[in-house]
Write a protein that binds this ligand. Structure first.
Ligand code: FAD
Length: 434
C-alpha cells in the first residue's frame, strides 16, 4: 500500500517550514517535499527577518539561528540622478534585546529552519519535485512526484511552493499569474570586511542599517531599490513590476537598472570595493489584497508567496509566509483534534484566522495601492525629481532670498502637476494608504 501522511507540505521556504514545523511539533505525521538540493539552495539572497512571526513558532530562535545584524536604523531615500532626499530613523531602543528585525542570508537561514523542522519529527525529502496534485473529484488526496515511486497520499496538502504557484494553477485552483501582480527583483551580495561596513554605515559590531529607495533608479516604473548590511556583506537590489518591464521592450533591463543604482553617486561610495559573489533574480507577488486567490478547499491549502501574501508597501514577505504557514497548520491541528475531516468547510477556519491577523488586515489597508501606483508614474518620476530640486534650491546659499526660493519651488511643483494634479495626487495617496 502507498504510504499515507496526515499532511504533505510542498516547499521548504519560510511558509513551508513554518507549516511543517508546527504540524510536526503537534505530533502529526508530516512529509515535506523540496525540489532544491537542500532547503535554501534556491534562496540565496540576503533579506530582512521580522522576529515577531518566527518567535510565535520558535520562541528561542535567537539562541542558534544564523542572524547577521539587528537593524538599528532605517533610511528612506528619494533619488534623482545625482542626489537624494531622505529620512533616517535610528533608535537606541532598537539596540536593546530582544531585537525586532535582523538581516539574514536566506541559504543559511532556511537550512537552520529546516534542521528545526526535522528535529520536530517531520520527514523531509529534497531534490524531489511535486509534479501535480492527486485529485479524487474536487478533493486533493496527495501528490505525484518525480521520484519516490511517484504517488504519496495525505489528508491535506499544503502548497508552500512559492510565487509561481504552479501546482495550484495546474489544479485549476486559480488562474494565470498576471504581470501586473508580480515584481521582478534582482539583487547581489557584495562582500567586504565587517569593519568597512561598520565605518561606512556608522554602526557597531552587530548593528545594521536598511536603506529603501525610490525615484530615478526605476526609470518611471513602479518599483524600489534597497541596500541591507549583513555581517561581512551588503545586499543591494532593485525590483519593478513585471508589467512595466513588459510594456516597453526598450526599457532598461533589470540587471542594467541595478548597475545604474550601484553607480549612483550616493550609493557608489557605500559599496565601493565590494566583491560580488552572488546574483539572483526572483519574482515577488505584489498584487496585494485583490490578487489573493482561493486559499483552501477540499484537502488543500495555500500559504506564503503561492497565495500572494506579500505586503509590498512595507517590504514584508517572509513574516507573512511564516504566519500563513503557522495558521494553516494550526487549523489542521485543531480539526484533527476534533476528529473533523479536512474538508473545505473545516479548512475555512484558516481564512478566518488570516482575516483576523495582521496579514489580511494589512493587505486590506493597502488594497488600492497597487492600482494607484500603476496608474501614477509621477510618484516615481516627477515627485522625486521635484523634491531633490527643492532641497537643492533651499540649501544652496547664492544670494537669492528665501521667499523667492520658496516661490520658485512652489512654481516648479505647480508647473509640473498643476494645482488640480497636486491635490488629486495627494488624495490618491491618502486613499491608497488610509
Ligand atoms: P519560497 O521562499 O519561494 O519557497 C518556496 C519553496 O518551494 C522553494 O524552496 C522551492 O524550491 C520549493 N518548490 C517550488 N515548487 C516546488 C515543487 N513543485 N516541488 C517541490 N518543491 C517546490 N521578505 C521579507 O520578509 N524580507 C525581505 O527583505 C525580503 N526581500 C526580498 C527580496 C527579493 C529580491 C525577493 C524576491 C523577495 C523578498 N522577500 C522578502 C519576500 C520573501 O522572500 C518571500 O515572501 C518568502 O520567501 C516567501 O516564502 P515561501 O516559503 O512562501 O516561498
Amino acid at each position: 500500500a502507498k504510504e499515507h501522511f496526515d499532511a504533505i507540505v510542498v516547499g521548504a521556504g519560510p511558509s513551508g517550514n513554518a507549516a511543517t514545523y508546527t504540524l510536526a511539533k503537534a505530533g502529526l505525521k508530516v512529509l515535506q517535499i523540496e525540489r532544491g538540493e537542500y532547503p535554501g539552495s534556491k534562496n540565496v539572497q540576503g533579506a530582512i527577518l521580522y522576529a515577531n512571526a518566527l518567535e510565535k513558532i520558535i520562541p528561542d530562535f535567537r539562541d542558534d539561528a544564523p542572524l547577521e545584524r539587528h537593524i538599528i536604523e532605517q533610511r528612506m531615500w528619494m533619488l534623482d540622478d545625482t542626489s537624494f532626499v531622505g529620512t533616517h530613523y535610528r533608535s537606541d531602543d532598537y539596540n536593546k534585546p530582544p531585537y525586532n528585525r535582523y538581516t539574514i542570508i536566506r541559504a543559511q537561514f532556511d537550512k537552520w529552519f529546516s534542521a528545526k523542522v526535522r528535529e520536530a519529527g517531520a520527514l523531509l525529502i529534497c531534490e524531489t519535485t511535486v509534479e501535480e496534485l492527486l485529485m479524487d473529484g474536487n478533493r486533493c488526496i496527495g501528490v505525484r512526484c518525480d521520484r519516490l515511486g511517484g504517488e504519496v497520499y495525505a489528508d491535506v496538502v499544503v502548497l508552500a511552493d512559492g510565487v509561481n504557484s504552479t501546482l495550484a494553477r495546474k489544479a485549476g485552483f486559480h488562474g494565470e499569474i498576471q504581470a501586473k501582480n508580480v515584481a521582478l527583483a534582482v539583487k547581489e551580495i557584495l562582500f567586504m570586511p565587517e569593519e568597512t561596513i561598520q565605518a561606512r554605515f556608522n554602526i557597531g559590531e552587530e548593528e545594521g542599517v536598511v536603506i529603501e529607495m525610490m525615484g530615478s533608479v526605476t526609470e518611471g516604473m513602479v518599483g524600489t531599490g534597497f541596500l541591507y548590511t549583513n555581517k561581512d556583506s551588503l545586499t543591494i537590489g532593485v525590483g519593478c513590476m513585471l508589467s512595466d518591464f513588459k510594456a516597453n521592450p526598450n526599457r532598461t533591463a533589470p540587471y542594467a537598472l541595478l548597475e545604474k543604482l550601484k553607480k549612483h553617486p550616493s550609493i557608489a561610495p557605500l559599496i565601493e570595493g565590494g566583491e560580488m559573489k552572488e546574483y539572483a533574480a526572483h519574482l515577488i507577488p505584489e498584487g496585494g489584497f485583490h490578487a489573493v486567490p482561493q486559499i483552501y478547499g477540499e484537502g488543500w491549502m495555500i500559504v506564503g508567496d503561492s497565495g500572494g501574501f506579500v505586503n509590498a508597501a512595507h517590504r514584508e514577505g517572509s513574516n507573512l509566509a511564516m504566519t500563513t504557514g503557522r495558521l494553516a497548520a494550526e487549523t489542521v491541528i485543531a480539526a484533527k483534534a476534533a476528529n473533523q475531516p479536512l474538508t473545505a468547510k473545516t479548512l475555512s477556519a484558516y481564512k478566518k484566522a488570516l482575516d483576523e491577523s495582521f496579514v489580511m488586515k494589512d493587505l486590506k489597508k493597502y488594497r488600492d495601492l497597487p492600482e494607484v501606483l500603476h496608474t501614477s508614474p509621477q510618484f516615481f518620476t516627477t515627485y522625486p525629481t521635484l523634491l531633490n530640486r527643492a532641497a537643492q534650491t533651499m540649501f544652496t546659499v547664492d544670494g537669492v532670498d528665501k521667499k523667492t526660493k520658496e516661490r520658485e519651488i512652489f512654481g516648479s511643483f505647480k508647473s509640473a502637476r498643476r494645482l488640480g494634479g497636486l491635490m488629486s495626487d495627494a488624495f490618491k495617496i491618502w486613499r491608497a494608504v488610509r
